[in-house]
Design a protein around this ligand. Structure first.
Ligand code: ACO
Length: 279
């Protein structure tokens, strides 16, 4: 096959307020080349503030989520050019992972197959990750003589119990989706034939929540991991006050009205009707 043009390395569709974004190099098991990294940033930019997008899903075309960094185009070709090319490629990759981590919209990972090394960066950035039971996760770096850089070892150390993470990084043994869920690397795993239905179900629940409250909640959950208890307590007060001035007061007032006066919903059992918030 002739080389895929840059604009074709990522594909997406928007259906019913869900953006389904796909790594689109199935013939290369969706490994991340500099072209793909640049295109992914463009796609994230394009979707982030669209009114018709409420949730973003990241998955892979074909039988891979992503086979990590492209050993030919990301490593070999840039190393041949020198440090300027290496740094440029790193910034392009880390740039979109960071954008995804602090994305304005809720994000879901749908791990449909291979997920190696560099793919742990986006995995960590995504808010909720569902894997197929038979997906394959690996820190394969040790198998080809490097350490798991690009944040991959940090991701494993942060998400998995330490004894499991260090074993995973040192042994180069793969985990199934089921094991990845048991060890905290992903949120849950489901049979492959149920994967997109489960992701759709989660996306539909997220779409019903108040979007400002959802954004504040996900950012708080991520920021707090590096805070002391006292700092987190204070941050949460400030974050709620900031949320109040972004429509939070009106949302809470309406939700309280629906519960106490209208008696049309119970906060313990689901979300209020956000369509009724006074504009
Ligand atoms: N970099 C460059 N090319 C890749 C990569 C990669 N990470 N992964 C797959 N490809 C290419 C293969 O070279 C092959 O290209 P070709 O058709 O031109 O020969 C094509 O994708 C298909 O790959 P196969 O190996 O034939 O596919 P298979 O389904 O048999 O195996 C598997 C899939 C297990 C994912 C295998 O491709 C593999 O081990 N890839 C590397 C995974 C990895 O260790 N990634 C690096 C992690 S470390 C990091 O990201 C920093």
């Amino acid at each position: 096959m002739t080389e895929r043009p840059e604009g074709d390395t990522v594909s997406y569709t928007v259906e019913n307020r869900i953006a389904w974004v796909k790594y689109n190099r199935p013939e290369k098991r969706n490994c991340m080349s500099p072209k793909l990294n640049r295109q992914m940033m463009r796609v994230l930019d394009e979707l982030e503030f669209r009114d018709d997008v409420g949730v973003l899903v990241l998955t892979g075309e074909g039988d891979a989520f992503s086979a990590g960094m492209d050993l030919q185009e990301y490593f070999r070709e840039n190393e041949a050019q020198g440090i300027h090319a290496i740094r440029k490629a790193q910034r392009e990759a880390y740039g979109w992972w960071d954008r995804l981590r602090w994305y304005e919209k809720p994000t879901i990972g749908m791990v449909n197959g291979w997920a190696f090394g560099g793919a742990y960066g986006p995995l960590h950035a995504l808010d909720i990750v569902v894997a197929a039971d038979d997906a394959t996760f690996g820190l394969s770096e040790i198998n080809w003589g490097i350490l798991p850089g690009g944040g991959a070892s940090k991701v494993a150390q942060e998400l998995m119990p330490f004894r499991k993470a260090i074993y995973h990084a040192m042994m180069g043994e793969n985990l199934t989706g089921k094991q990845a869920a048991e060890q905290g690397l992903v949120t849950e795993s489901v049979p492959a034939d149920h994967l997109s239905a489960r992701v759709l179900e989660i996306a539909q629940v997220l779409l019903k929540k108040d979007q400002n409250a959802l954004r504040s909640t996900k950012w708080a959950m991520k920021r707090m991991s590096e805070m002391t208890f006292d700092n987190a307590m204070d941050y949460l007060i400030r974050a709620q006050e900031a949320l109040n001035s972004m429509g939070g007061l009106a949302a809470r007032k309406e939700a309280t009205r629906q519960f106490l006066d209208e008696k049309t919903f119970k906060p313990g059992l689901g979300a209020f009707d956000t369509a009724k918030i006074a504009k």
